[in-house]
Design a protein around this ligand. Structure first.
Ligand code: VGL
Ligand code: ZN
Length: 207
């Protein structure tokens, strides 16, 4: 596939797979599809949710707070999650069946203790860049295709933020799975629509 296009595979890590602390239903079912899709791309980026122990997005860091409650962070509302993807742990590793050896970049995000980062482009303060925009621009990449988990959090935010950097963006629904917390999946689809993200099937993409 063309040199100006990249596939971004979001957070296909053990802790997001069924049975994990933040398991996404069907997260493991899309691995084969993603492996195959990745073979169509010369440029592939893998993202990795990568939190320090005691990260602010963990309910366990806020005594008296429960998981899935919303916490008022300095940058706005933040969902409190079960501990997940702690840097250097097995839970933060990619699923062992993910097989994309030609991926050129592994982008870690969420390692700053006081700021979460669903998006692979901008942290939750909506100011701090991860550097992914520069990596893509310096390679002349103008179109991205996004898939992975979770559709309604890291995939959706990454897709919408990419539009802010003037990239053309497609999201592959059949290669993504969502958490669906209080309507978040519908909301994510709506937000992607408004942002100008194309929601595509693999056959539309590959032709
Ligand atoms: C994610 C919640 C917390 C994701 C990451 O990958 O969608 N969701 N951290
Ligand atoms: Zn996280």
């Amino acid at each position: 596939m063309s040199k100006n296009r990249a596939l971004i595979v979001v957070d296909m890590q053990n802790d997001f797979m069924p049975g994990g602390p933040l398991g996404v239903t069907g997260g493991d079912e899309i691995i084969g599809t993603i492996n195959q899709l990745a073979r169509q791309f010369e440029n592939v980026v893998l993202t990795q949710d990568w939190h320090c122990p005691g990260h602010m997005s963990f309910a366990s860091s806020h005594p008296g707070r429960d998981i899935f409650e919303t916490f008022e962070a300095f940058y706005g509302p933040q969902v409190l999650w079960p501990d997940h993807c702690v840097m250097g742990t097995r839970g933060a590793d990619f699923h062992p069946k993910l097989d994309i050896p030609h991926a050129g970049l592994i982008l870690r995000k969420g390692y700053n203790r006081d700021v979460d980062s669903y998006s692979a482009f901008l942290e939750a303060d909506r100011k701090t860049r991860t550097g992914l925009d520069g990596w893509l621009a310096s390679r002349g990449i103008t179109e991205i295709v996004v898939c992975g988990v979770a559709t309604d959090f890291c995939v959706g935010w990454t897709a919408c933020d990419a539009r802010h950097f003037n990239l053309s963006v497609a999201m592959v629904d059949e290669a993504s799975r969502g958490i669906d917390l209080e309507g978040s999946l519908d909301r994510a689809h709506r937000n992607m629509d408004i942002a100008g993200v194309d929601i595509v099937t693999i056959s539309q993409l590959i032709g």
